[in-house]
Design a protein around this ligand. Structure first.
Ligand SMILES: Nc1nc2c(ncn2[C@@H]2O[C@H](COP(=O)(O)OP(=O)(O)O)[C@@H](O)[C@H]2O)c(=O)[nH]1
Ligand SMILES: Nc1ncnc2c1ncn2[C@@H]1O[C@H](COP(=O)(O)OP(=O)(O)O)[C@@H](O)[C@H]1O
Length: 213
């Protein structure tokens, strides 16, 4: 069985975190463009859909009552109350996607990353994206469309707080040269797919090797 003929595999949960401005969105888009079997996690939320948003594509839209019922039934891997709305990662959807061999990309802060790891320790692969320097991080934030000096200053305070948690992650990538950083990210994905526990055909393969089938 060569790598190209790799059999059925269990998907993985690729959890990316970074301080705002370090390049997480840019790197995520590159990965989603290259790999059609990697998709962004679809959260549930109590906020109203915007005109261009479709149920199940961007979010699963829920009433507050339904969302609270789902919390009580432990239907979320993790959830949070943000800007007066609820957001959460549905457990059953996530497990079904992993079982169908799909990789799921999560763009969450360190607390979300921790919660996902607690619930799914064998499925989460976590990566922290670091900026090359504090000056460069500030320059990237300032260069973003619509950013104000107050906004940049606030994000820089938040950035230091987020960076302090970098040791919790399996991998860290310094996003200096974008192409180099992306190559590292895709190598992490490709090698993690080869983990023994994710190659679901191996048990049968080895049984056949040993003449036990
Ligand atoms: N814990 C948690 N936070 C989430 C989830 N989905 C979105 N968020 C957070 O909710 C906030 C709003 O999400 P965002 O995508 O920026 O905005 P929206 O699409 O305008 O609602 C951000 O801080 C996200 O990190 C989720 O499934 N779990
Ligand atoms: N390696 C890089 N070199 C230079 N600019 C970058 C690099 N990576 C990202 N950027 C730019 O920095 C800004 C912030 O990146 P973005 O992906 O939006 O960050 P985040 O999602 O972490 O907040 C964007 O304008 C993006 O084009």
């Amino acid at each position: 069985m060569s790598n190209e003929q790799m059999g059925k595999r269990r998907g993985l949960m690729l959890v990316l975190s970074s301080p705002s401005g370090a390049g997480k969105t840019t790197l995520s888009h590159m990965l989603l463009n290259e790999f059609e079997d990697v998709n962004l996690s679809v959260s549930a939320t109590t906020r109203k859909p915007r005109p261009n948003e479709q149920e199940g594509a961007h979010y699963h839209f829920k009433s507050v009552e339904d969302f609270k019922g789902m919390i009580a039934n432990r239907e979320f891997l993790e959830w949070a109350h943000v800007f007066d709305k609820y957001y959460g990662t549905p457990r059953a959807d996530t497990v079904a996607k992993l079982e169908s061999g799909e990789d799921i990309l999560f763009d969450v802060d360190w607390q979300g990353a921790d919660a996902l790891h607690d619930q799914m320790p064998n499925d989460v692969v976590s990566v922290f994206i670091l900026p090359p320097s504090i000056e460069e991080l500030e320059a990237r934030l300032a260069a973003r469309e619509g950013s104000t000096p107050e906004d940049v200053a606030r994000r820089m305070v938040d950035a230091r707080r987020e960076i302090m948690h970098w040791r919790r992650y399996d991998y860290a990538i310094v996003n200096d040269n974008l192409d180099e950083a992306y190559q590292r990210l895709r190598r992490i994905l490709l090698v993690e797919r080869l983990k023994r526990l994710r190659q679901l055909d191996l048990e049968d393969h080895v049984r056949r090797l040993l003449g036990e089938a």
